[in-house]
Each structure stands twice: as C-alpha cells, then as structure tokens.
Design a protein around this ligand. Structure first.
Ligand code: APR
Length: 248
C-alpha cells in the first residue's frame, strides 16, 4: 500500500479511536513477540518441547496423565517470560484505556505483560502462566509465592495438588471472562485485532461478532490471517511500531 495511503489510514483510524464511545481490543502472541516471547505458529512452525508439539504437552489430557511434566513445561515457559518486559504496543494499549470511556482489552496471552504495562481489568481468555489453581477446591495462588522445589505445588487452602491456571487444549474458557468479552465485543464501535493468527476458537470469533454488530474492524499483523478479508482496515506491521502511531 502506497506510503501516503498508509499514513492516511493511520490518521483516519486515530480520529476514529479518539471519537469512539467503545473500543474492544483482542491480542495474541504477536503483541508480545517484540518483548521476546516466542509465538506459537510464527513462520508456519508450531512450537515443540522435548519432541512434543505444544498441543500435546499443553493439554487437559496431559494434566491427567503427567501433571509433573506439565509443570516442567510451564516452569520452562516462565523461565523464558521472566526476562521479557512490556513493549511499546503494550504501553500504548495501557494509555488508550485512560483516554476512552469504554475500553476493553481481551488477550489470548498468558504472559501477564499487559497488566505489567499498566492495563487494568485485562480479560485473560486463556488464563495466566504466573498463577496456579487447585484441582480440588479451585483456589488460585501466584506461582512466584510457591516453593519452586515442590512440584506439583500444594494448595494453601486445602492441601490439594495445583495445576497451571492456563486454559489448555481440550478445555473451555473461563465462563465469566468469556461472557464479558463477548458482550464488550458486541458493543464496540471499533475493534482491533493485534498479533493473532485468528485460527484458535472461540477467541477468534470475537472480532467477527464485533464486526457483525457494527464495529469498524482493524487488523494489526505483519502477515495476513483468515480474518484479513473481513476487516475494514489491515495495518501490515509490527504491533510495537504500529500501535504507538495510533496514539491519540
Ligand atoms: N506484531 C504483530 N503481530 C505479530 C508480530 C508482531 N511483532 N510478530 C508476529 N505476529 C503475528 C504472526 O504473524 C501471527 O499471525 O502474530 C500471530 C501469532 O500467531 P500464533 O502464534 O498463532 O499466536 P495466537 O494467535 O496468539 O495463538 C492463539 O493458540 O496456541 C494457542 O493458547 C495458545 O493463545 C494461544 C492461541
């Protein structure tokens, strides 16, 4: 797209955001890529760990079969995340929240970087890798407060075994979070989809629902996705470069 059109699109969108009554943003692994968090399907490859595709190690079935191995995988992922800090894309979204009457940020990411950048009330559709949840009583605790030498961690409330508080393959999303995200998406004037391959459902259905309810739909991604043709505007670039240009 010629440079002038691109900048016209960016300034047009900035005005639309400034005037918006309600904005809904859905993010995926791509928004954290510039922070050093590996994406799942970047470059056509899917993540593999110890020879296991992540759909296998990150599954409900594996929690039943080998909970200790699931913790080893998440301890490894937290090891990667520990060195990652929010990037300008996370920071822009945190700023927008303070400037809009109705702003909703829903993420598929479990890295906690949106909250670290200052975003409040982030709808964590797939949970959070820094939290553990008791298999018996459902109590949630911060993994950083647990003894790293005890795996699986033990629940402070009932003594039960704990699992990562992350939505694994074959599992439903947390209902309260899902219902709120679906309601907010359907009420949005503008919906931005940032850094997701838009193939994992039900999250990938949120921008479609927003568009069907009348939202202006925008995709920010260096690559095309199955959602691209459905969008009113696609901005091909890295989130950390594109979102600050939309600051209003
Ligand atoms: N800025 C914006 N987008 C980017 C960037 C960047 N700097 N780098 C990569 N991308 C895009 C890629 O082009 C790709 O479309 O981010 C997307 C990442 O896609 P996936 O790796 O599939 O991640 P995501 O869409 O979040 O996956 C959804 O699948 O594996 C499950 O639970 C996991 O939440 C995850 C869900």
């Amino acid at each position: 797209m010629p440079e002038k059109d691109e900048s016209a699109n960016v300034s047009g969108l900035r005005e639309r955001l400034r005037a918006a009554r309600s904005v809904f943003v859905l993010t995926g692994a791509g928004v954290s890529a510039e922070s050093g968090v590996p994406t799942f399907r970047g470059g056509g490859q899917t993540a593999v760990w110890k020879g296991m595709p992540f759909e296998v190690i990150s599954s409900a079935e594996m929690v039943g079969r080998d909970l200790a191995l699931v913790w080893e995988w998440f301890d490894y992922r937290r090891g990667v995340l520990r060195t990652c800090r929010p990037n300008p894309a996370h920071e822009s979204l945190a700023r927008w929240q303070t400037r809009l009457p109705q702003f909703t940020l829903a993420t598929q990411n479990v890295d906690g970087l949106h909250a670290e950048a200052g975003s409040r009330g982030v709808l964590e559709l797939h949970g959070n890798a820094w939290r553990a949840r008791c298999l018996d009583c459902g109590n949630r605790e911060d993994v950083r407060e647990k003894d790293a030498g005890v795996r699986p961690p033990v629940c402070r409330a009932c003594g039960g075994l704990m699992r990562p508080d992350v939505v694994l393959f074959g599992e439903m999303l947390p209902e309260d979070v899902w219902v709120e995200a679906a309601e907010r998406a359907a009420a949005a004037d503008v919906c931005l989809v940032v850094g997701t391959s838009a193939i994992v459902h039900p999250a990938a259905g949120l921008p479609v629902a927003a568009k069907r309810a009348g939202a202006f739909l925008v995709e920010v991604n260096p690559e095309a996705t199955p959602l691209s043709d459905f969008c009113d505007l696609t901005l091909r670039g890295a989130a950390g470069e594109v979102l600050p240009r939309l600051d209003f």
